[in-house]
Ligand binder design. Structure first.
Ligand SMILES: [Zn+2]
Ligand SMILES: [Zn+2]
Length: 423
């Protein structure tokens, strides 16, 4: 048996890899417009970082953390998400001591040891931003509108922002007690996961996807009703400002997000397709996070977006985008005695910025030219003894078959000129 890729991983082949990079470039461009430079973070961290922040009670830590001991016996974990590492870096590098707010973006793989039957990958990629040091509702609004602006640039329409507030340490305990009191008598009706979650954190029960749980929880007290004055004011301002931007908003009391560090605003951006809802992006405010890591009280808000999910959607919307790896020039080599000259011509063309492919082998000219059209080359040039001696060749437009005489020492200029004329 040969070696295959580990379960839950995937190979991204061209041309999907090109479309992948296009997504990254677009995301970086939107981050630039909003003023979020990129931070590059390690792929693994001390497991404790996630145990302390993401929460001992969350599914990510309980079931899905990709943790392992290294050769020195340190307990490490492949990062399951980007917010806790970004907060760690913010604190560890003293960014909290400089001018605030601090805006950061990231793109990279995340790891979760998911059950394979769930159809999800153990390595997936997230594009995200974090905004530290801004307690104002406008910060939440900026973060959400960046996500929406990016998705609009991907021509992904039909978006809805699902929004909720889950309160703060001042008001959440009372709400949690009220929720627990509601759930206790109906606990036997709920699914196994909910019964386990209920003891650790009853808020988690609210976002259960099992139908019978959803029905049983229909009359549960809503997070919004338990908010303190400050939280209610904040939530109202976020909603109002999102309204000013005319962003499509839906208040969803069942939205709690599965991570312990969230405070106040939580949101998802979902796309409606074939009747179902796909969350492309999720995030929220995490005002207690930096403090949990030993730093000063620091407000924060951010989101993570699944690149693969965006790519899947975008690929359905834009088919047949031509590859940017198409050669502009294909050099067909007629005979080994001219190979050296062909090599220097190809090197010179690439040096001048013309994407050039040269045939390596001793295939027939016909086979070489067939390869040129399979690759989608714009122009081909056959190079034989006769062409070398004359210093002239015949440049063939692979699109319409027209041919142009070309001096070999003017090859690059001629390709440029002809290509420019076509644009
Ligand atoms: Zn509150
Ligand atoms: Zn349930």
């Amino acid at each position: 048996m040969s070696v295959v890729r580990p379960r839950g991983t995937t190979d991204v082949l061209p041309p999907r890899s090109e479309r992948w990079h296009l997504r990254e470039e677009r995301f970086r461009e939107v981050c630039r417009l909003f003023g979020y430079p990129e931070i590059l973070l390690p792929l693994f961290e001390h497991a404790e970082l996630f145990q302390r922040t993401v929460g001992e009670t969350s599914d990510i830590v309980v079931k899905e953390l990709y943790a392992f001991s290294d050769r020195s016996g340190r307990l490490l974990a492949l990062r399951p998400e980007g917010t806790a590492p970004a907060a760690r870096a913010y604190l560890e590098n003293g960014l909290h001591q400089g001018p605030q707010p601090v805006k950061l973006a990231y793109i990279g793989p995340m790891f979760r040891y998911e059950r394979p039957q769930s159809g999800r990958y153990r390595q997936h990629t997230q594009m995200g931003i974090e905004l530290f040091g801004a307690p104002e509702p406008g910060a939440d609004v900026e973060v959400i509108s960046l996500a929406v602006e990016y998705l609009r640039r991907e021509s992904i329409a039909d978006l809805t922002i699902r929004l909720n507030s889950i309160g703060c340490p001042a008001c959440r305990p009372a709400y949690r007690d009220a929720l627990r009191a509601f759930i206790d008598p109906i606990l036997p009706e709920l699914c196994e996961d909910c019964r386990a979650r209920h003891g650790r954190n009853p808020l988690r029960v609210l976002d259960c996807k099992v139908e019978r749980c959803r029905q049983a929880l229909g009359g549960a007290p809503r997070t919004q009703d338990g908010l303190c004055d400050q939280c209610r004011e904040h939530f109202g301002a976020v909603r109002r400002q999102l309204g000013v931007l005319k962003l499509p908003l839906e208040i969803d009391p069942s939205l709690v997000r599965g991570l312990d560090y969230y405070t106040r605003t939580v949101f998802e951006v979902v796309h409606h397709e074939a009747g179902s809802q796909h969350a492309l992006c999720g995030g929220g405010r995490y005002d207690g996070l930096v403090e949990i890591l030993g730093g000063p009280p620091t407000p924060g808000v951010g989101f993570g977006m699944g690149l693969e999910r965006v790519l899947d959607l975008a690929e359905r919307l834009e088919e047949g985008t031509p590859s940017s790896y198409r050669p502009e020039l294909f050099l067909a080599v007629a005979g080994e005695e001219v190979r050296d000259r062909a090599l220097t011509l190809a090197a010179g063309a690439r040096c001048a910025g013309v994407a050039t492919t040269i045939d390596f082998g001793t295939r027939s000219l016909k086979a070489q030219l067939k390869n040129a059209s399979r690759l989608g080359a714009a122009f081909s040039l056959v190079l034989g003894q006769r062409e070398i001696e004359a210093g002239m060749g015949c440049l063939r437009d692979m699109g319409d078959g027209s041919e142009y005489p070309v001096a070999l020492d003017r090859l690059v200029e001629t390709v440029r000129h002809l290509a420019g004329r076509k644009d």
